[in-house]
Every structure is written in structure tokens, then in C-alpha cells.
Write a protein that binds this ligand. Sequence first.
Ligand SMILES: [Zn+2]
Length: 49
Amino acid sequence: MAQKKVALACNECGSRNYTIAKKPDRSTRLEVKKYCKYCEKHTIHRETM
Ligand SMILES: [Zn+2]
């Protein structure tokens, strides 16, 4: 499998709450709104290296 695993980190507290499999042909930086248990609300999560 050539899928790359990337972690999604909360934009507010920096916690890496999610890990997703990302297709290698997509070069755009992912931004997803997800629930952060540390902030106790939905925040923007960005992919990290
Ligand atoms: Zn957070």
C-alpha cells in the first residue's frame, strides 16, 4: 500500500487527535473540522508531517 499516514493536529492546542490515510497524489494541505477532546469542542485540524 502506497498510502501515506498523516496525523491531524488541533489548530488550537496542537494535540494530534486523528490519524488518516492520505492519497499520495494530493498535494493540498488538509484542513478538517473535528472534535478535540482537550478543547472540548470542534476545531480545525491540520495535517502534520
Ligand atoms: Zn484542541
